[in-house]
Design a protein. Sequence first.
Length: 149
Amino acid sequence: MADKPLSEQEWDRLVRNFFKEIARSATRGRGGPQKLADAIGLSKQAISDLRGGRSVGRVVSNVRMLFFKAGIPDADAKKFLQNPNIVIKGLDSPSPIDSLMEELKNVYSENELLAWLRLLLSKKIVEREVGIGLKAYTKKTHRKKSSKS
């Protein structure tokens, strides 16, 4: 079955949310909004509007924000922008783990998420030391008992 194309409203909502999340991620930490504003040539109020989902921003500002978030300096950004096929070939859908991590980042702070992940790693170390293995199953399967007559 073919995927149904997105409506104009769905595109608008998805794009706004995408750049809102990028802006939020790029402005974490002390002075983050001002650093982003300075880096991409916007006002602090424009960054606040992006973070709140009240603005989509200009195409140029959004692309600059993506490069800023990725830690790519202007000289390297120029190389990407002059040869878009490099970027297009590297595009891939996010894995379920990447999607889950993004969802977790919206629920927990970075420090809380880091603590939970460290706890998960510690659990594995303890299991190895003790010689037991605990596994989590996401789907429980029931076996049918065969009846012998």
